[in-house]
Design a protein. Structure first.
Length: 87
């Protein structure tokens, strides 16, 4: 995921088998599914979480966090303007 390279806290880490998530102990990136802005239909939505807490490094927790956050965004009206946000 090239988007991860611009986020300082998302260090080289693990990529899920489906290549939807990249995560390390200090950050993570998720690729939104079916999130489309009608004014920019060719753009992909990415979610990012980063941790700036010194001495905190937990890749398993970052994976859980980015998975839950990306899923919530995908189900929200931010992902599908004009819809109820429920799937």
């Amino acid at each position: 995921m090239s988007v991860a390279t611009v986020h300082a806290q998302v260090e080289p880490g693990h990529v899920t088998v489906d290549k939807k998530y990249l995560y390390s102990g200090t950050g993570a990136v998720g690729k939104g599914k079916d999130c489309v802005d009608p004014t920019h239909p060719d753009q992909v939505l990415y979610t990012v979480v980063q941790s700036y807490a010194a001495g905190r490094d937990d890749a398993a927790t970052m994976k859980k966090l980015i998975t839950a956050y990306t899923t919530a965004v995908e189900r929200s009206t931010a992902c599908r303007p004009g819809q109820s946000g429920k799937r």
